[in-house]
Design a protein around this ligand. Structure first.
Ligand code: NDP
Length: 428
């Protein structure tokens, strides 16, 4: 008897695309490290002969991977996991799963972050910038990056292989039968060890907490080498620290994001959460540590304005939808018009979500500019985040649209007529 053929619906260009992203994203992470360093950003030799330059920069495996630092990274990951269990936290229910059940999540990332940042802050207050952790991170940055990459590869293998034995729910797009693709996109939907949810834990904790720590390491390095801290460095640190804290304060909102609700947990997310996010998002601060920029009053004012506009849209739109989805009768949503759909779920058609179908992405992207502008205009490399984030958001919008078409059917077409623009009103 022949087994029925699986319905295969590929994202990211299927197995070839998965291979490209799997090899390409770590390559970019290392290229950014080697492109932007004390020799230049980029150095003249890179501009003269890019590939030869990158090859010449390769310092050898013993300078890239250290089993000791990998051990420390494992202690970091599992130490934060222990904090999730030990520290107090509220338990929330996730979205309804395909089998009509809901998982429970103990959420306390803010308590974890306060404990870690509080300890680092206290030690820095007592010992000043000579508190050893800061120079240790600077000196071991490449080892740390490789440790995070190695851990994310192992974690993706663990979740992929274990999903064949645990009988857990599989992600809609993660069970195509192509091992490379499924390992990349994520075969299991919510891999757990006991009550410990690996995906939800990894999404907001080890990488997101590490990011501002890296930024602060770069601030300390700037102080130690230049003798002062520039206004640009303060802005990048404060903006990104606030972004991280904001997501921690709104931790329950993560449960309804695409990452948690529909995506599987494979290399795409393990690498994105643990390695890509902290090490590429902190590029601007790393650049400023080596190439200080003074913005002056006018420059600071301009950047603050860009950040304020971005944050206003980002928080306004995300907050409005969150309130509406958690309690459609919330008085803050009473003035908004809604569209009833056959799925039973209502869609907002005025307010932020009546301006563009992903106006929240626009706010996030405007903030991305405010995080890069402080680096000035000496190099395009520090604008990597703006360019990459535009690609991510455009791609994410299409993936979300696919989900919404499936959920809302012809009602989604009606919504699209009422709200014709995807991200930028009047343009896109
Ligand atoms: P969104 O917050 O954009 O939510 C999309 C979902 O909202 C849809 O699937 C649909 O779900 C619901 N929805 C769509 N239209 C409406 C409407 N008119 N009324 C009510 N509900 C609607 O999801 P994301 O997870 O993509 O983004 C969350 C935030 O995270 C964004 O601000 C994004 O910029 C940010 N982000 C940041 C990243 C980074 O690396 N810095 C990476 C990824 C995201 P349903 O109807 O089923 O409820």
């Amino acid at each position: 008897m022949s087994t029925p053929k699986k319905h295969i619906s590929y994202q990211f260009g299927g197995p070839i695309g998965a291979l490209g992203v799997t090899l390409g994203t770590p390559f970019v992470t290392y290229a950014l490290y080697f492109l932007c360093n004390e020799n230049g950003c980029p150095s003249q030799s890179f501009l003269d002969a890019p590939l030869q330059h990158l090859a010449a920069q390769w310092p050898g495996w013993d300078k890239v991977f250290s089993s000791k630092v990998f051990g420390y990274y494992c202690a970091w990951y599992f130490g934060i996991a222990a904090a999730q269990f030990i520290l107090p936290g509220k338990t929330y229910e996730g979205v309804e799963l395909p089998d009509k059940t809901r998982l429970k999540y103990k959420l306390n990332v803010l308590q974890t972050a306060i404990t870690i940042f509080g300890y680092l802050g206290l030690m820095t207050y007592r010992e000043g910038f000579s508190f050893g952790i800061w120079s240790w991170i600077w000196e071991n940055l490449l080892y740390l990056q490789t440790a995070a990459l190695t851990f994310s590869i192992i974690l993706a293998f663990y979740t992929y292989i274990s999903s064949f034995f645990t009988g857990e729910i599989l992600a809609e797009h993660g069970d195509t039968g192509n091992p490379l693709y499924d390992w990349f996109i994520g075969r299991p939907l919510n891999p757990r060890i006991g009550s410990w949810d690996l995906k939800c834990f990894s999404e907001l904790r080890p990488g997101m907490i590490l990011w501002p720590i890296l930024n602060f390491t770069f601030l300390v390095h700037q102080y130690q080498t230049v003798g002062r801290i520039t206004d640009s460095m303060i802005l990048v640190n404060v903006f990104q620290f606030w972004y991280v804290i904001d997501s921690f304060i709104n931790e329950p909102a993560v449960l309804t994001t695409m990452d948690i609700a529909t995506d599987g947990f494979g290399f795409m997310l393990t690498f994105g959460d643990l390695c890509w996010l902290p090490f590429t998002y902190s590029l601007q601060a790393r650049y400023l540590a080596m190439y200080p920029v003074d913005l002056g009053l006018l420059g600071v004012g301009g950047v603050l304005l860009v950040q304020a506009i971005g944050y206003f849209i980002f928080r306004g739109a995300n907050g409005q939808k969150n309130k509406f989805r958690t309690n459609p009768n919330d008085p803050a949503c009473a003035h908004l018009k809604v569209m009833h759909t056959k799925s039973g779920s209502k869609l907002l058609i005025t307010g932020w979500w009546g301006i563009a179908r992903h106006i929240n992405y626009l706010g996030d992207w405007i903030m991305a500019w405010a995080w890069c502008l402080p680096t000035g205009f000496g190099t395009p490399i520090t604008y990597f985040y703006v360019a990459y984030f535009a690609v991510l958001l455009i791609h994410r919008d299409r993936r979300d649209e696919e989900k919404c078409v499936k959920k809302y059917g012809e009602d989604w077409e009606k919504y699209k007529k009422l709200v014709p623009y995807r991200i930028i009103p009047g343009i896109y």
